[in-house]
Design a protein around this ligand. Structure first.
Ligand SMILES: NC(=O)c1ccc[n+]([C@@H]2O[C@H](COP(=O)([O-])OP(=O)(O)OC[C@H]3O[C@@H](n4cnc5c(N)ncnc54)[C@H](OP(=O)(O)O)[C@@H]3O)[C@@H](O)[C@H]2O)c1
Length: 283
């Protein structure tokens, strides 16, 4: 892999940020302790001082449920923070890569979503990430990468399932939301390959393989870990009715058409293989 010595990554301690740091050792990784994305002047000032050629902007308010009762907090990071990063990128003439989400779509079941499918976010998180896309699109050299269901080093669904399985014989998991999980290490590699190919515009990058539900992903992870814990499959409505806090509406269908990236020779491996490796690495 070619080195990207003048790469700055926001969200540097997040799942994707860590994976990018592992692949590009001389990248500058920034997270909230170094740079609060809600402080627009500080963001522009620091990025302009660093003068990166490329910024991968992964920093985000990713607490999807919490965002429903904290829309201003989510908007300040995902929209306001991205506007500041975009301002810096435009000033520097830098390439800006923005990491976006399947949650910008409405989730009507059908064919996998191509990049130009109409958006229609259901949640505050999805709406604020879409505002971030719009700010990014103002930058001349921009790349928007939409991904989904990310797992890697940090907090994620698979980690939560394996943690819960240590003490429970059965776990209740949603079985009517369809998508594909994406390994942060693979996503990092795919983003860097798109950069190597000078890709611009919007691309979908999601784990390969057949579409699955969260319950399928949980079963795959438990099997890879050799756990005897069972999965009880429930609908989203059943699951939400058992939660005490507010849960965000999530798309029922999050399968992304990744053929545009594949056309450039960039495709992520089947998600089941990635889950097996992740479970092995984290065991
Ligand atoms: N995770 C997914 O399933 C998923 C799916 C689709 C798209 N994405 C997008 O992919 C990107 C990377 O996701 P990820 O899974 O790596 O997320 P992550 O692990 O939650 O990392 C995001 C990072 O941003 C930081 N951050 C939050 N507020 C900040 C602020 N005000 N200033 C600076 N940094 C701040 C977070 O710090 P704290 O941990 O301290 O809050 C965290 O380290 C995000 O843009 C996300 O929207 C993620």
């Amino acid at each position: 892999m070619e080195l990207h010595p003048r790469l700055v990554v926001t969200g540097g301690r997040g799942q994707l940020g860590r994976a990018l740091g592992a692949r590009v050792p001389d990248a500058v990784l920034l997270d909230i302790d170094e740079l609060d994305l809600t402080d627009g002047e500080a963001v522009v000032g620091m990025l302009c001082d660093l003068r990166p050629e490329t910024i991968i902007h992964g920093g985000a308010y990713t607490a999807v449920d919490a965002a429903e009762s904290d829309p201003e907090g989510a908007r300040a990071v995902n929209a306001g923070g991205t506007r500041a990063v975009a301002r810096a990128a435009a000033t520097l003439g830098a390439r800006l890569v923005y990491i976006s989400t399947d949650y910008v779509f409405g989730g009507t079941p059908g064919e996998p979503y191509p990049e130009d499918h109409p958006t229609g976010p259901l949640s505050v998180y999805g709406a604020t990430k879409l505002e971030g896309e719009q700010a990014t699109a103002e930058v001349e050299h921009h790349l928007i990468v939409r991904t989904s269901w990310v797992f890697g080093e940090g907090k994620n669904f698979i980690g939560a399932i394996l943690g819960a399985a240590r003490t429970r014989a059965e776990l209740t998991v949603v079985d009517d939301q369809w998508g594909r999980p994406t390994y942060a290490a693979d996503l990092a590699g795919g983003i860097l390959e798109l950069l190597d190919r000078e890709a611009t515009g919007t691309f979908h990058l999601q784990g390969g393989g057949e579409p699955a539900t969260w319950a399928d992903v949980a079963e795959a992870a438990l099997a890879a870990a050799g756990s005897a814990t069972r999965v009880a499959r429930v609908t989203t409505a059943e699951y939400d009715s058992r939660q005490t806090g507010r849960t965000a509406p999530r798309p029922a269908f999050s399968v992304l058409d990744c053929s545009k990236a594949a056309g450039l020779g960039v495709a992520l491996r089947p998600w089941r293989e990635a889950v097996e490796e992740y479970v092995k690495v984290t065991a």
